[in-house]
Design a protein around this ligand. Structure first.
Ligand code: GTP
Ligand code: SPV
Ligand code: MN
Length: 581
C-alpha cells in the first residue's frame, strides 16, 4: 500500500474486498492524472467536450435526471443517542445504518475502480485545516474533488504526519433513488454515501465533511463550521475588513462573495476580494477576534442567473477549465443557462433537443471551477491563520416582512436572529420550491447535531472571544405587489455592506426598533441608482409592529419544538423583543 498510515491502508483493503472493486487507484493530484481521467471520462461518455475555442478545457456532464440535487430526506445523522441528532436531523441508530450501508456496498464496485482521494480542507499547512479521505467509484467525483479541495500527495503527507482523518466512503451504486442514503457517523468521523453522484451527496469533502462532521468536531473543540461565504472589503482609506455571510442554498452566497461594486464605489477606491463562497471555519484567536478560513479550494456554484450583469467575476472564470453539470448547450457547443443571455440553446440539460418549453438548464445546474480562476480571489484565502471577521450576516429569501438590513443589538440577540431566520426553499434540494421554512444559520440541512446544543455553542463563543463580530440580517428578495424584487441586488448590495461596515466601525448612527438597528432615512448610499430613492426604499426599511409580533409568536413556537436543550437566554431575548413590540 502506498501509505505509511496503517489505519488508512487497512480501511482501503477492507473496502476493496467488501465492494469487490476491480482495482484500487491512489490519486496523487497531478496534472498528468487529471489529463488521463479527463480522457477516460470523455471516452466513456460521462463528459462531453465543450467548444474548445470559446471554452478551452471545459466539459459538460449530464447527471441522471433523478439525481440533480441534495436529498435531505435521505440524509441521516447516526449518533448513539437519538437526542444528540436533534429534531433538526433524520436519525438512524449507528448499528442499523452501518448494516444497511454494508449491504448496499457489498459487491457494488465489481468491474469498477476504487479511487482513493486524500484531501485537505483548508490551506495545507494551516492548523485550522482538517483532512479526509474519500473512497469512491466515480471518476467524475474525483475530478470535482480535485477542483474543490487540496487533493493528492500533499494531503496524504499531512494525513501521515497527523494520523487522523475523516473517512468518507462513496459509491454511485445504481443511482436508484430507492437505494440512496447519505449517512453520517460524527462520533466515528465517518461518512457513507450510496446511490447518488450529485454535488453535496457525493463530493464528501463539502457538506458531509466540512459542515456535518466538522460542525460536530467544532462543538467539541471550541470553533464554528458554518455555511457561509467570506468576503474582504477594502475601503478608500485602505482599511481592510472581512464579512462572513450565511444564506441558505441558492440564496446568493456565491454572488455576494464575488460582488463588483457600483461604478462610483470603484472610482472612490473600494475593493472587494473573495475568500470563499460556501463554507467558513472560524476559531477565536488570541486577539479575541474570530479568525476564518475557507476550507474549500473551488466553487460548486449555481449556473442559472449567472450573467455579465449579475456576476461578471463568475462569468470571467467560467470560460476555461470548468466542469458544467446539467446546463444546456448551444448549437456550437457552448454551455448555456437561463439568465445568461438571449441565445436559444440547442440541447436541454437532459441532452434532448430543446423544445422551447420550460427550463433548458436544470434550475440547480452547477459549475465546478478552481477558486484560483476567480478574478477577485484573494491571496488571503491561502493564509494559514485565516482572516479576522468584522461582521456576520444572516439572510434568506423573504418576499415580505424582513427588512433589507437589520443589526442585532448584541451577541445573544444576533444568535437569536440567526437561529430563527427563515427562507423560501430552492432547487438546491429535492422537494417543493418556494415554501418558507426556518433555516437557522442556513444550517438546517447541514448541522451535524441538535440545534439546541448548536445555539448554546454559538452563545458560548462570548466566553472565548472578547471581540466578536457584529451580527446583521439582510434580505435581497423583498417583492412588491407586482411580484418584482424591490431591491436591485447583486453589485448594489455593496450599498448595504457599506452601511454594515460603518456600523461595525462605529461611524454611523441607526434607527433603534424593537427588532434591531435599521438605517436612518438617507443613510444608505443610493447615488447612481435609477428608480430607487429614499422614499421608494422606505417599505424595505420599516418594521410593522403587528406583523413582527406575529413573527415572534411563530419564532417562540419554533424554538419550543427543540425542547429543553434550547438555551434559556434565547427565550429571555425573545421575551424582551416581544415586550418592546
Ligand atoms: P449554494 O451554492 O446552493 O449554497 O447557493 P448560493 O447561496 O451560493 O447562491 P448563489 O449566489 O449561487 O445565488 C443563487 C441564485 O440567486 C442565482 O440564480 C442568483 O442569480 C440569485 N441571486 C443572488 N444574489 C441575488 C440578489 O442580490 N438579488 C436577486 N434578486 N437574486 C440574487
Ligand atoms: C448547497 O446546496 O448549499 C450547495 C450545493 O452549495 S451542494 O454541494 O449540493 O450542497
Ligand atoms: Mn451551499
Amino acid at each position: 500500500m502506498p501509505t505509511s498510515n496503517q489505519v488508512l491502508a487497512e480501511w482501503v483493503e477492507q473496502v476493496a474486498a467488501h465492494t469487490q472493486a476491480e482495482q484500487i487507484y491512489w490519486c496523487d493530484g497531478s496534472d498528468a492524472e487529471k489529463e488521463r481521467i479527463d480522457q477516460m471520462l470523455l471516452k466513456d461518455g460521462t463528459y462531453k467536450k465543450l467548444n474548445e475555442q470559446t471554452h478551452p478545457g471545459c466539459f459538460l456532464h449530464l447527471s441522471d435526471p433523478q439525481d440533480v440535487a441534495r436529498v435531505e430526506h435521505l440524509t441521516f445523522i447516526c449518533t448513539t443517542e437519538k437526542a444528540d441528532a436533534g429534531p433538526n436531523n433524520h436519525w438512524m441508530a449507528p448499528s442499523e445504518a452501518k448494516k444497511k450501508m454494508d449491504d448496499l456496498f457489498a459487491g457494488c464496485m465489481k468491474g469498477r475502480t476504487l479511487y482513493v482521494i486524500p484531501y485537505c480542507m483548508g490551506p495545507i499547512d494551516s492548523s485550522l485545516s482538517r483532512c479526509g479521505v474519500e473512497l469512491t467509484d466515480s471518476a467524475y467525483v474525483v475530478q470535482n474533488m480535485r477542483l474543490m479541495t487540496r487533493m493528492g500527495a500533499a494531503a496524504l503527507a499531512r494525513i501521515e504526519k497527523e494520523g487522523d482523518f475523516v473517512k468518507g466512503l462513496h459509491s454511485t451504486g445504481e443511482l436508484d433513488p430507492n437505494r440512496r442514503f447519505i449517512m453520517h457517523f460524527p462520533e466515528q468521523l465517518t461518512i457513507m454515501s450510496y446511490g447518488s453522484g450529485y454535488g453535496g451527496n457525493a463530493l464528501l469533502g463539502k457538506k458531509c465533511h466540512a459542515l456535518r462532521i466538522a460542525s460536530y468536531q467544532a462543538k467539541q473543540e471550541g470553533w464554528l463550521a458554518e455555511h457561509m461565504l467570506i468576503l474582504g472589503i477594502k475601503d478608500p482609506s485602505g482599511r481592510q475588513s472581512y464579512v462572513a455571510a450565511a444564506f441558505p442554498s441558492a440564496c446568493g452566497k456565491t454572488n455576494l462573495a464575488m460582488l463588483i461594486p457600483p461604478e462610483g464605489y470603484i472610482e472612490d477606491g473600494w475593493e472587494i476580494s473573495t475568500i470563499g463562497d460556501d463554507i467558513c471555519w472560524m476559531r477565536p484567536g488570541e486577539d479575541g477576534r474570530l479568525w476564518a478560513i475557507n476550507p474549500e479550494a473551488g466553487f460548486f456554484g449555481v449556473a442559472p442567473g449567472t450573467s455579465e450583469r449579475t456576476n461578471p467575476n463568475a462569468l470571467a472564470m467560467l470560460y476555461k477549465d470548468t466542469i458544467f453539470t446539467n446546463v444546456a448547450e448551444t448549437e456550437d457547443g457552448q454551455p448555456w443557462w437561463e439568465g445568461l443571455d438571449d441565445r436559444i440553446p440547442k440541447f436541454d440539460w437532459k441532452g434532448n433537443l430543446y423544445s422551447g418549453n420550460g427550463s433548458a438548464a436544470h434550475p440547480n445546474s452547477r459549475f465546478t471551477v478552481s477558486a484560483k480562476r476567480c478574478p477577485s480571489y484573494s491571496i488571503e484565502a491561502e493564509a494559514d491563520q485565516g482572516v479576522p471577521i468584522d461582521a456576520i450576516i444572516f439572510g434568506g429569501r423573504r418576499a415580505s416582512l424582513v427588512p433589507l438590513v437589520n443589526q442585532a443589538k448584541n451577541w445573544v440577540h444576533g444568535v437569536l436572529m440567526g437561529a430563527t431566520v427563515a427562507s423560501e426553499t430552492t432547487a438546491a434540494a429535492t422537494g417543493e420550491v418556494g415554501v418558507v421554512r426556518r433555516d437557522p444559520m442556513a444550517m438546517k440541512p447541514f448541522c451535524g447535531y441538535h440545534f439546541g446544543d448548536y445555539w448554546k455553542h454559538w452563545l458560548s463563543m462570548r466566553g472565548h472571544a472578547s471581540k466578536l463580530p457584529q451580527v446583521f440580517t439582510v434580505n435581497w428578495f423583498r417583492k412588491n405587489s407586482d411580484g418584482k424584487f424591490m431591491w436591485p441586488g447583486f453589485g448594489d448590495n455593496m450599498r448595504v455592506l457599506e452601511w454594515i461596515l460603518a456600523r461595525c466601525h462605529h461611524e454611523i448612527g441607526a434607527k433603534e426598533t424593537a427588532v434591531g438597528y435599521l438605517p436612518e432615512e438617507g443613510d444608505l448610499n443610493l447615488l447612481g441608482l435609477d428608480n430607487i430613492t429614499s422614499s421608494t426604499l422606505k417599505p424595505l426599511l420599516e418594521i410593522d409592529g403587528q406583523e413582527w409580533a406575529n413573527e415572534m409568536s411563530a419564532i417562540r413556537e419554533y424554538l419550543e419544538r427543540f425542547g429543553n436543550r434550547v438555551p434559556e437566554q434565547l427565550f429571555n431575548e425573545l421575551r424582551a423583543i416581544e415586550d418592546a413590540l
